[in-house]
Design a protein around this ligand. Structure first.
Ligand code: UT7
Length: 328
């Protein structure tokens, strides 16, 4: 059986928040943000626009490219840390909106590594059971609703959006396109990147709201170091597993957290900077959505051809990290 990427789609909200806008909100400046992160602007969802609304638009575009209808979907997986509700899952809300009655639905929580985790799980599902012919995998986030807009350490980093991928099993004797996956987590580091309240440990109270515990908390420096190490080591592992040299890879798509992290990964993988895709300047860090948004831009702008090696690598809260190697 041959499981391949049959379609991609993405969506970012209309509203743009520039670094200059942020200068009016917290003590920061465009130069600091650009030189420390590479970000120039980010898109923010409208107040009445939820994660499933953004996922819907990305999903429609991906299905159109794949030439399938919602009734063809056998499963929907949404990677998100900003679901519409704690329950029901966002994938079920999307299933109803799309009209996809045949799809089983679940959300997957692995922060910025969520899309990679979801692709690996979906791929495993399709490999195990032939009835899963079309699986919609989406990374979608409304990070603006868990961002502390008074904290300059974090609020300059994040944006909203959604990126979708349709995995298709065409039933042929061809080769699977996902050649290798290397995914990890280390719960020792839950403290460096998290949202302290809103779950069963610290349910929402007036006190948790007052203490600003419903926002992203991040220890930037520590996260930075671990991000580079994790992405480089997972990338090297998938390349070795598949017997592919880094120089053979057409595109490396790292999670878009910080241009300096992206550059450090490129340097340590010893690949040319132009092989490493980046659109962080326009979107900021959109967590689980970031690699999906990149992929859609790459596919639509024909920056990759069938048969090319495509290396995806991500890092995020959990801590979670990993890499996937595709032969596109
Ligand atoms: O997607 C999940 C994974 N997330 C990441 O991978 C993010 C990883 N971390 C980072 O990208 C970087 O650590 C940051 C961009 C968050 C911070 O960059 P940094 O070079 O590590 O800066 P820093 O935290 O060491 O801060 C340097 C200085 C500090 O001032 P002092 O203490 O030197 O006086 C900060 O207070 O910059 C200050 N600072 C700012 N100044 C202007 C922090 N944020 C800002 C800001 N504007 N927005």
């Amino acid at each position: 059986m041959a499981i391949k990427i049959a379609g991609t789609g993405s969506y970012v909200p209309e509203r743009i928040l520039t670094n200059f806008d942020l200068e009016k909100m917290v003590e920061t400046n465009d130069e600091w943000i650009r030189t420390r992160t590479g970000i120039q602007e980010r898109h923010l969802a409208a107040p009445d626009e939820a994660t499933s609304d953004m996922a819907y638009k990305a999903a429609c575009r991906a299905m159109e490219m794949a030439g399938i209808s919602a009734a063809d979907l056998d499963a929907i997986v949404i990677a998100t840390i900003t679901p519409d509700h704690i329950f029901p899952n966002t994938a079920s809300l999307l299933q109803n909106r799309l009209g996809a009655p045949n799809a089983m639905c679940f959300d997957l929580s692995a922060a910025c590594s969520g899309l990679l985790y979801s692709l690996e799980v979906a791929h495993a599902l399709m490999t195990t059971r032939k009835k899963y012919k079309h699986v919609l995998v989406i990374g979608a986030e409304k990070l603006s609703c868990i961002t502390d807009w008074q904290d300059r350490n974090t609020c300059v980093l994040f944006g909203d959006g959604a990126g979708a991928v349709i995995l298709e099993n065409d039933g042929s004797d061809g080769c699977n396109t996902l050649l290798a996956a290397d995914l990890h987590a280390d719960g020792n580091y839950t403290g460096v990147l998290n949202m302290p309240a809103g779950g069963s440990r610290n349910p929402a109270t007036a006190e948790t709201v007052e203490k600003r515990m419903h926002f992203i908390h991040m220890e930037g420096k520590e996260t930075f170091k671990l991000a580079v190490n994790g992405m480089v080591s997972a990338s090297k592992t998938v390349l070795a597993e598949a017997g592919v040299e880094a120089s053979q890879v057409r595109l490396v798509v790292p999670h878009q957290a910080n241009q300096r992290i992206i550059d450090a990964v490129a340097q340590r993988l010893d690949v040319e900077p132009e092989v490493v895709f980046s659109n962080i300047k326009s979107y900021g860090n959109t967590s689980a959505a970031s690699i999906g948004i990149c992929l859609d831009e790459i596919v639509r702008n024909k920056k990759i051809d069938r048969g090319d090696y495509l290396l995806l690598t991500a890092f995020g809260g959990g801590l979670t990290w990993g890499a996937l190697l595709f032969r596109f």
